[in-house]
Ligand binder design. Structure first.
Ligand code: UDP
Ligand code: MG
Length: 322
């Protein structure tokens, strides 16, 4: 790396952002004026004209590179695609909807130049989210941090990784990668900068309750096996309960006592049934992950690239994606 004039890669996933693409490229040009940088825009199978806009920008500005995935793979694979194609000495991952303020990038780069390997932007506020979303996010973060020891509280996907940290991250073979988690798991000297998360400019959030739920389950199953242990623990508790209740029933029966307690039977059935199904579900989630990993399919597929011939190619760039 050239310490005086490092190359900064900015990776942004783009899904149906339309005119937001132009806004984003313009804004980053303003903010990064004076830096040597490249924009790696990953079109995650947009159905609108996002890709045409990316191609347009890459024609007029050789710092802009586009990667088009063959379909909508989701934000995580899109970010991964960008990271694997980034050439920079440091890589910044940022949302393309301008909710992550690009104006924080120079400060992040300065932290990196001062010796940090990973610079995370943490939220000072959480605008643009409903009460439920905010509460849900808080709860999930708390539970997640508690279970996985990966600190996610108020974290964002907006972060800078130095080359060694990035290479470490790219060595992780997981199929369902979870950038926020994996980029914490790798360790490295870390620093944080505080940012205000802006309101979304144009369009609506792509997250549905279902996709958020998937993300949560994904994050949990890839970082902890605690739910599996929980199933065992609850099973043990029930076993203890069963011994007590069983003994009592037996004694009553021997004494020729009454057969009252129909409600008890119903309650037991309900509780046990619920728990057995939940336990099966938890095991199923892990099984599904194993299945996914074992199949070993590529995590994303590139359909087209838009980059000018002058774009630098990283020394450490892999022959192809995995
Ligand atoms: N995104 C993507 N693929 C998807 C969904 C979203 O690449 O399937 C991108 C989107 O273009 C944006 C970023 O991921 O740059 C965050 O998406 P969004 O704003 O919908 O999420 P939120 O800000 O609500 O977390
Ligand atoms: Mg957003």
């Amino acid at each position: 790396m050239n310490p005086l004039n490092p190359l900064i890669s900015v990776v942004a996933p783009i899904y149906n952002e339309g005119p937001g693409v132009d806004r984003f490229v313009r804004r980053l040009g303003e903010v990064l004026d004076g830096f040597r940088y490249e924009l790696v825009l990953v079109d995650d199978g947009s159905a609108d004209d996002s890709w045409d806009r990316i191609v347009g920008h890459s024609r007029t500005d050789d710092r802009v590179r586009g990667i088009q995935l063959s379909r909508n793979f989701g934000k995580e694979p899109a970010v991964l695609a960008g990271l694997e194609h980034a050439a920079g000495d440091a890589v910044v991952v940022i949302d393309s909807d301008l909710q992550h303020p690009p104006s924080a990038i120079p400060a992040m780069v300065r932290r990196w130049q001062a010796g940090a390997h990973v610079v995370e932007a943490v939220k000072r506020n959480r605008t643009g989210q409903g009460v439920i979303g905010r509460l849900g996010g808080k709860l999930f973060n708390k539970a997640f941090t508690g279970l996985t020891k990966v600190d996610l509280v108020d974290a964002t996907d907006f972060r800078l990784l130095g080359r060694p940290a990035l290479d470490a991250l790219l060595r992780m073979p997981e199929h369902s990668s979870f950038f926020r988690g994996t980029s914490s798991w790798i360790g490295f000297r870390r620093e944080t900068v505080e940012v205000d998360i802006d309101h979304r400019e144009g369009g609506a959030s792509r997250w549905t309750f279902r996709s958020l739920f998937r993300l949560a389950v994904n994050g949990l199953t890839s970082f902890t096996s605690a739910p599996l242990h929980l199933v065992t623990l609850v099973g043990l508790a029930f076993a203890g309960f069963a011994v007590v209740l069983g003994t009592q029933t037996l004694i009553r029966w021997l004494r020729g006592g009454s057969v009252a307690g129909f409600p008890t039977v119903i309650l037991l059935l309900l509780v046990l049934g619920t728990f057995i199904l939940l336990g099966l579900g938890v095991i199923g989630e892990y099984l599904a992950r194993i299945h996914e990993e074992v199949r070993g399919r590529p995590r994303y597929l590139v359909q087209e690239k838009a980059e000018s011939a002058r774009t630098p190619v990283p020394a450490s760039r892999r022959a192809d994606h995995s």
